[in-house]
Design a protein around this ligand. Sequence first.
Ligand SMILES: [Zn+2]
Length: 437
Amino acid sequence: MTDVFGDLVGQDEAVATLRRAAASAAALLRPGTPVAARAGAPAGGYDDLDALAEEFDGPGGSNGGPGGAAAVEADPGAGMTHAWIFTGPPGSGRSVAARAFAAALQCAHGTGCGHCPGCHTALAGTHADVRLVVPEGLSIGVGEMRALVLRAASTPSGGRWQIVIIEDADRLTEAAGNALLKAIEEPPPRTVFLLCAPSTHPDDVSVTIRSRCRVVPLRQPPAGAVAEVLVRRDGIAPDVARWAASAAQGHVGRARRLARDPEARQRREAVLAVPRRLTGVGAAFDAASALIEAAEAEAAASVAESDEAERAALQTALGAGGTGRGAAGAMRGAAGQLKELEKRQKSRATRAQRDALDRALVDLAGFYRDALTMALRAPVAPVHTDTATTAAAGAQRWDAEGSLRRLEAVLECRAAIEANVKPRIAVEAMMLSLWRG
Ligand SMILES: [Zn+2]
């Protein structure tokens, strides 16, 4: 049996950091230590957690702290802090890391044992003191953030930490970022913020927020490690696991989907057939349409269920079809709420479309990367073993330069869509570049 960090694939360094911090945090909560001793003090009477950690740990991590905290003293600089950013490429496990760390902080043993109620509920998303923000739309708004910050300031009901996990912190609006910054600047004594973002580039996380967080960088896990976890955790056959791990280019969730979901495999095959089909201008436009429509269909399927459930829940809440005295009043408010819900669902659908399209572009980029490495005779394994022959033919025809130009066209398309160019325009431009070279 593994502990809460068992699903963090190929991230030994980050796991070591988080284990040290969890031990340090547990030590801080032990009776007789500064945080624990002050736990009964009136609200507002605390220094922030960093100051307490320093007081406990000794300035600069010296051995001046009180006894009973061997983990902290043995490891200067391992002290707990109240704001963290998990960075790494998509699929590297940013949110898995944040959830595992939250579980370790709520663990009854302070280690993330994986068995106690604290670990279980934190991982399952039902712990009363762990709040998870998963943006469904294109950005996280200020209203949502303010409400969250307010709730995060309350005393942890479980007696340990009040934890806020913000997935895709790069999707915070500026106003929401400011609301968060305020909370991070003056943190309640037992509140811990865990942010997830692709990088600490100012485009992703503001410099001021970054400066107040400790960064845990995650790397793209090696295909071997991803395959190993698919076999161990998901019971997937070793050869399928190896193929899926390679095809998913280090994205753990994607690898699992490819291994298990025949439709995901079909979509990938359709994308990888694109290079062979680009025989003229007309074919390029057809391929663009097909790619966009496939992304739309995939997105529609992925949000349809939650859209319907939300609509039904709202209608029940509003007493649709009711004839009681409250019904007329409820109907007046209903139109506004329904409109609000539709707006949110539309935003989520757009996000899902872009995510689906981006997955397709990553697959396509993998194909041209294979052609490039083959043209260069680089001794690396192909990303897509099942289209290696086509990639080899492409390498011969286009040479390294032509393969590189095509790879760049795909990457430029991704960047353009990220910069809000209309997806159809960006994809059509890419297909024409891929055809012309
Ligand atoms: Zn535990």
